[in-house]
Design a protein around this ligand. Sequence first.
Ligand code: WTA
Length: 649
Amino acid sequence: MSHKKQIFNPNPEFAKNAAIPSMDAYWELQNRAIEDYEGFWKGFADEKIDWLTPYDKVLDESNAPFYKWFTNGKLNVSNQCIDRHLADKADKTAILFEGDRGDVEHITYAQLSRRVNKMANLLKNEFGIIKGDRVVLYMPMIPEAAYAMLACARIGAIHSIVFGGFSAEALKDRIEDAKAKIVITADGAYRKGKPYMLKQVVDTALEQGVGSVEGVLVVKRNNEEINWVDGRDHNYNELITAQPDVCPFEEMDSEDPLFLLYTSGSTGKPKGVQHSGAGYILWAQMTMEWVFDVKGEDVFWCTADIGWITGHTYIVYGPLAAGTTTLMFEGVPTYPDAGRAWKMVQDHKVTQFYTAPTAIRVLHKMGEDEPKKYDLSSLKVLGTVGEPIDPPAWMWYYEVVGNSKCAIVDTWWQTETGGHMISPLPGATPIKPGCATFALPGIMAEILDPDGTPKEVGETGLLCITKPWPSMIRTIWGDPERYKKSYFGDAVKEGKAVYFSGDGAVLDEDGYITITGRVDDVINVSGHRMGTAEIEAAVKDDPSVAEVAVVGKPHPIKGESIFVYVVLKEGHINADIKNHINQLLAEEIGNIAKADHVIEVPGLPKTRSGKIMRRILRSIAKGEAITQDISTLEDPSIVEAIISKAREA
Ligand code: WTA
């Protein structure tokens, strides 16, 4: 842990031209925000957004926590990402696509414009999609996914992307909750050299009867044989050719919803996080400029999937709003070998590379010296997101991938925050490995007790955002009460409920923020966020299961793994319980929810009021000694019994 104390200063050459070139410049911005919050945001909104009609108020707090930004302003996000660049960037590559098998396509801003306009017309003409309709995307990582997102934005439809790793059941739940009118999918795509199929998952989801869905638009990517439902299914490749290539964009209100993205919370079913256009796109663009420092001919590569918020903000909306070139990759960075990602950096002269700690650990493990075989000199900024990064992975990323000259931006944020919140600035922040450092200018992050008392240096507390910010979640689709309860129920400052992230964090003596991880019942497996409640609900569908509790267990590569404790019903024996439960999890959630450990126990540790003591279960999963008082448990002897079962397993 000795390198934890080491500090890495920004590369002075890089800092010279950086958007925020020093800590003085950082503090100047942040102090401006502290002194005049609305004035700070007004300055950027006026400078960055192509307003069709000016807004009349920067921030409306009258119905807190349902905040409104840039009220009555009019804009269109597809204009912000495409049209306004056509004057000077028509021939610049907007999307640089590389397929799994190495096929490369450069899509210029002019081409992107035509394709998005055509797709917008297709949605309007063939499906009658209008402003406010919901469109679910269940798509692989192909450019058509981005066209579909931007086409929705253009006509004012609200997209809801469901990650391609979710099961038919999970897809169905999300389609139903959003009451989507159509689903856009592909026959399949390629992964690790082989075709895989997506359309059949959509078929299965819709077989169960999802009343709102009137049609399915299918992009033919790999032309495998697929099931076709006449009247419902429509062939994108055939229909698109006849569409006119001009589709005027809708004038959208600042607060009209741009998209929904379902994410897991600590209780209940996944929630549809609702983002609106103006504030979201403003911050997506600003963080591209500040945190990744994109400029000129940069080639920006974010390895996320568009099914997650990182893919939304940093593959599509942020890079395109900033007018940069975004690299979109269909495959996985370790296929055909551990050098694939580094070869792509070399081939495309990637300048910013953004990935998850899990991927860094996998790449490190598979090929410690692999990066040295490639010319990675184009790299300027390296980023990480999704989970805490451990100092050894950080050091390898810094020294071997970045050749000790690139800043590492450890960006903390969430589906709900829309964009980065706490992160180093590559030209300004002296970095401590494994530390997200400081809140970005304009973001007011504090580590608090539930009553709003700031935590002392070295004490872990609730990571809260104490002022609304433009790209924040607006509500949970269809459930405003849950929005209030989920995010504004845990901490109060000066009598006002503040946004609580669900994460813990700690400040050090220099004011640096380190994220300690979730403090609620959400676990993070390979950067995929999952609620233990959702996993438990799926396990309970096994008829032999009486009770279940799920916790996360630290994992050297995945960050956390799923650990399931089950109590079987009287008289039931289930020899193959692990496989059976994993099959259920695959069906109800998807393969991302595979449990590494399933153990059968005689009972769960409960308080006399019946509350499961998860802290004890987490300690047992970790193999830690139990330090908490167990005398208040209904049956303290159960703890010993569980420990011995866990040891056997
Ligand atoms: C975790 C992903 C530590 C955190 C953008 C958060 C992180 C959750 C970091 C959100 C980081 C994200 N360091 N932890 N740099 N970034 N997290 O909604 O627990 O998929 O609450 O958004 O990931 O996950 P989500």
